[in-house]
Design a protein around this ligand. Structure first.
Ligand SMILES: Nc1ncnc2c1ncn2[C@@H]1O[C@H](COP(=O)(O)OP(=O)(O)OP(=O)(O)O)[C@@H](O)[C@H]1O
Ligand SMILES: [Mg+2]
Length: 303
């Protein structure tokens, strides 16, 4: 209920803010009252949730003037509250040094204001400075979003070492890694009618066998993605059928594939397709969507 989670990675643009935003909305949707803390001087989270807090009414006022955190919280449309960031937070590292007092200040402020009674999500900047460390020290858990390209994964290993070193200063805490920005490539094998392999007539065997051949080829071959300019492997093959895909057909295909390939196959018959249609067409709650500001994305030419 009152868990504090810091979302951190020293690599920029990996989805930290997006993760805090979505976790916050999900908690609010489940009836909790999350407290979101923006310890990033870029203040992206604040600019989305409740923009415009002046320095004296932001997290900086707590560091600079000792203003209690409870006095700077602002409401969030989807539920819960925000401790807003401010560009002046960039000064914290130089103004207040790096001693234990300053590193524990965020924890003390949160304890004084809420005493562990609320779920707290802390959004960090992409740098392991005083404020990110303060978030980590204030939290029981750290979640590290990583994009799954090669350099980002190497960066994550370095970060893992840094965090391991920090663990000595704490009793217990855990780490979660959340892969983000990973494109999923999938191929599709579609058949019109029922897909069966039990008591097969010659024609029907050919039908399942053909699916097997095409699927194996699909999963083993590189394709070129013109958008990212990269050669990639297909992650999953959907086998889609207008009719039922019988258990026998699934087993027959599964039996012909090795274990790794088996987990890359997703069967989808008529009923699954209908279910998917129903699920993806459930509208999102209005409050979960960003504000429709007329001016922010106004494409009209101003002259
Ligand atoms: N899971 C995801 N898949 C695809 N794109 C994503 C995902 N998460 C975030 N993004 C996009 O990636 C960009 C960077 O995301 P975000 O601002 O959340 O990253 P960040 O780690 O907070 O960045 P910074 O280090 O600058 O604070 C945004 O355009 C966002 O919409
Ligand atoms: Mg961010």
């Amino acid at each position: 209920m009152g868990t504090r989670l810091t979302v951190f990675n020293q690599k920029g643009g990996v989805g930290k803010t997006t993760t805090v935003l979505n976790l916050g909305a999900a908690l609010a949707q489940r009836g909790q009252v999350p407290l979101l803390v923006d310890v990033d001087a870029q203040s992206h989270l604040s600019s989305i949730l409740n923009p415009g807090a002046p320095s004296g009414e932001s997290l900086f006022a707590y560091y600079n003037a000792g203003k209690p955190l409870k006095e700077v919280v602002r409401p969030i449309r989807f539920g819960g509250e925000l401790i807003p960031g401010h560009s002046e937070l960039i000064k914290v590292d130089t103004l207040f040094g790096k001693g234990p007092d300053i590193l524990n200040k965020l924890k003390l402020g949160l304890d004084a204001g809420w005493n562990g009674a609320r779920p707290v999500l802390i959004d960090c900047c992409p740098m392991l400075g005083v404020l990110s460390l303060s978030g980590i020290f204030a939290s029981e858990r750290v979640l590290i979003p990583i994009s799954t390209d090669y350099l980002a994964l190497r960066g994550a290993l370095a970060l893992e070492k840094t965090l391991k070193a920090l663990e000595y200063g704490k009793d217990v805490w855990m780490r979660y890694i959340l892969p983000t920005q990973h494109f999923i490539y999938f191929g599709l094998q579609a058949k019109r009618a029922k897909l069966d392999a039990a008591g097969i007539s010659k024609a029907e065997t050919a039908n399942v066998a053909e699916i097997l051949n095409q699927t194996t080829m699909m999963l083993g071959h590189e394709i070129f993605d013109p958008e990212t300019n990269k050669r990639v492997l297909v992650d999953h093959a959907f086998i889609v059928s207008g009719g039922e895909i019988t258990k026998a057909a699934r087993n027959w295909l599964g039996g012909k594939l090795d274990q790794t390939k088996r987990s890359q196959i997703i069967f989808m018959d008529r009923e699954d397709i209908l279910n998917l249609f129903v699920v993806t067409n459930v509208p999102l709650p209005v409050d979960a969507l960003p504000p429709q500001s007329a001016s922010a994305f106004n494409d009209e030419i101003p002259f």
